[in-house]
Design a protein around this ligand. Structure first.
Ligand code: SF4
Length: 193
């Protein structure tokens, strides 16, 4: 799939990010992002077009990045070797590893995901019964209550900083990305809708 934002276009400076999201003069640039993305149907958990992949709610009490990475890479290796993926999904002695992450999260480069989720498994749900399949983080729940304009600003805001799977997951799970965005909105006197 075409990547929406070239590396050179990434704006990582907070002031520039602020200007970009809220300055009317950037409308053409914003439009070019948004035109390519169906904001209404964006799945915040996995925004492939923006290279943003989250596993924030697939565990709790997370350890260091290294610990998480080792646990996920171990999951990935055993998943790739497993002949019966459903059985593989039921192998966990506990809900999560000692690192805090679920036994069923795997990774391909920066892409972290649950291979048992129907969206990743040809519509078939192989998730184990201890998975809270209806859970939604505060960021996602809040996002769904916003009007389209605010959702668009949030997606643009997300597109402006490069976050790898760890940074995006921890930022979504801890609400820090949401809070950062809401602060920007307030600074720019955007109305809560
Ligand atoms: S923390 Fe939120 S965005 Fe991340 S996977 Fe869970 S529901 Fe999706």
């Amino acid at each position: 799939m075409e990547k929406i934002i070239a590396q050179d276009d990434l704006i990582i400076n907070d002031k520039k990010c602020n200007d970009f999201v809220h300055n009317e003069s950037n409308d053409d640039l914003k439009k070019s992002f948004i035109d390519k993305l169906d904001v209404e149907s964006v799945n915040l958990c996995q925004i492939r077009e923006l290279n943003l992949f989250c596993m924030g709610c697939c565990g709790h009490d997370y350890g260091s990045r290294d610990k998480l990475e080792r646990a996920i890479d171990n999951n990935t290796q055993t998943y790739n070797e497993a002949k019966d993926k459903k059985l593989w999904g039921q192998r966990s002695p506990n809900y999560v590893h000692t690192s805090g992450v679920c036994y069923n999260v795997i990774r391909k480069g920066n892409e972290v995901f649950c291979p048992l989720h129907p969206l990743r498994n040809k519509g078939i749900d192989l998730r184990d019964k201890d998975c809270d399949i209806n859970y939604m983080c505060l960021t996602y729940k809040t996002y769904l209550k916003w009007d389209l304009g605010k959702r668009k600003r949030f997606i643009i805001f997300l597109s402006l900083k490069s976050r790898d799977w760890y940074e995006y997951s921890m930022g979504m799970d801890s609400d820090s990305i949401l809070n950062e965005f809401e602060n920007l909105e307030q600074k720019n006197n955007f109305q809560e809708k």
